[in-house]
Design a protein around this ligand. Structure first.
Ligand SMILES: Nc1nc2c(ncn2[C@@H]2O[C@H](COP(=O)(O)OP(=O)(O)OP(=O)(O)O)[C@@H](O)[C@H]2O)c(=O)[nH]1
Ligand SMILES: [Mg+2]
Length: 409
């Protein structure tokens, strides 16, 4: 009985307090935009070199992994004869297109490539190649000596080469029901497993990996498209660490890869929030957490390549800041946590920041996949905001974590 009374009283008390905090003129949402811009700039550009004969399916692969607006079309910036550099519209992807030279000209293809690579290496830092896709159409059945020399040329310059077999046809195996390469692709695979020249000597083929792909469905005799996730994950593993986040951002094929990055920003924001509230802060000062949360939100948006200035009006952006960060968010969450009262300690600060980040990440994902229009932020927050269950779950986690942190070593 007294318990119910107490609960009711607290609830109405809370309702009164909430009124004062509804309008929060001190909350400035610009850190979101700043963080988004800075993050975009610090992550930088991913540069991919693509080598392969005309029509082998290079553009189709690029489209499949980086989205429709990314493949080289029209004229790029010719850097050296036969080697073009193409940038996507927002400058997050650079593609070095090695295709405009042919065997039989005055200079050998490998001399040509070596010279081009020298020029690229001497060029700006933001244009340096992270990884090379050497594309060969599987139906050719073999790798030519010319291919082998070119692959060695890239490797000699310290670049990692992924051998990409394109238009690989597959058929379902009778017994296992698994898809396996068929026709010439099968022959090619057998060759690659033990590459030998005509006299039976092992061929030195300095590649970091081989991927079998089909960028489009190939009907009855070739099966559905395949190998794209594999190409993406090998590209990520093969790229220098300093380029990996740029790839996570610019690729459009895998949500988990973006989530990995966003989750890292959320974890580090939650840790900062816990540090801010290591000495508990009064609830009325919850706005002290806003910059951490808004910065986190800007970074997460950048991971999904959402240009908030484009998708949101100034008013919606301001509303977003209030909705997700500072006291309004703290209020909606603290209501759910039992017995914390009106003090924000490390566990509460960590929980608030973490669940806000998770909700925002899910919302960004929905915008990225075009399921949601961010301009309708109020409705979106209703659908994607944290549930009471989630808040409780993470509060337990953060409470445990902060107890462990405060325990003497
Ligand atoms: N069967 C099949 N066709 C494909 C595949 N990938 C691409 N194609 C087709 O092959 C043709 C050439 O593909 P592109 O992606 O334009 O090849 P590219 O290497 O960029 O060609 P260039 O830029 O002209 O050198 C197009 O008609 C594609 O639809 C595949 O995996 N299987
Ligand atoms: Mg092309």
């Amino acid at each position: 009985m007294s318990r119910t009374d107490k609960g009711r009283r607290t609830k109405s008390e809370r309702a009164e307090r909430v009124q004062d905090w509804e309008a929060d003129p001190t909350l400035d949402p610009t850190p979101i935009l700043d963080a988004e811009r800075e993050q975009g700039a610090s992550i930088g550009r991913f540069n991919l070199a693509v080598v392969g004969g005309t029509g082998v399916g290079k553009s189709s692969l690029i489209n499949a992994i980086f989205g429709k607006d990314s493949a080289p079309t029209g004229v790029g910036m010719p850097v050296t004869k036969g080697i073009d550099y193409h940038l996507n519209p927002d400058g997050s992807l650079g593609i070095w297109d090695f295709e405009g030279f042919e065997a039989g000209s005055a200079k050998s293809p490998e001399d040509h490539v070596a010279e081009g690579l020298g020029e690229i290496a001497a060029g700006p830092r933001e244009q340096q190649i992270a990884v090379v896709w050497y594309c060969i159409q599987a139906s050719s059945g073999r790798i030519t000596e010319n291919d082998i020399r070119l692959i060695r040329t890239f490797a000699d310059k310290g670049l990692h080469v992924i051998l990409v077999l394109t238009k690989v046809q597959r058929a379902k195996e009778g017994i296992t029901g698994r898809w396996a390469p068929s026709g010439e692709a099968k022959q090619m695979l057998e060759f690659l497993q033990d590459p030998r020249d005509e006299s039976g000597n092992l061929i030195d083929l300095p590649v970091s990996g081989t991927v079998m792909t089909a960028a489009v469905d190939q009907g009855k005799f070739g099966g559905p498209k395949h190998g794209l996730e594999d190409l993406l994950s090998q590209t990520l593993e093969t790229s220098p660490e300093e380029n990996q986040d740029a790839l996570r951002v610019v690729q459009q094929l895998s949500l988990p890869l973006k989530r990995e990055l966003a989750q890292r920003y959320i974890n580090s924001a939650a840790a900062s929030a816990m540090a801010i509230a290591a000495t508990p802060i009064p609830f009325a000062d919850a706005v002290a957490l806003a910059p951490v949360q808004l910065t986190m939100m800007g970074k997460v948006a950048a991971a999904y390549r959402i240009d908030l200035k484009v998708v949101l009006s100034a008013q919606a952006l301001a509303q977003l800041g209030v909705q997700y960060a500072g006291r309004a968010a703290a209020r909606s969450i603290v209501k759910v946590i039992p017995g914390v009262g009106w003090i924000i300690n490390a566990a509460v600060a960590g929980t608030i920041t973490y669940v806000t980040g998770q909700s925002w990440m899910r919302l960004c994902e929905a915008v990225h996949t075009k399921k949601v229009n961010l301009d309708d932020i109020e409705q979106a927050w209703k659908d994607y905001g944290p549930s009471a269950q989630q808040v409780l779950k993470y509060y337990m986690k953060f409470a445990r974590m902060s107890r462990n942190n405060s325990r003497p070593a």
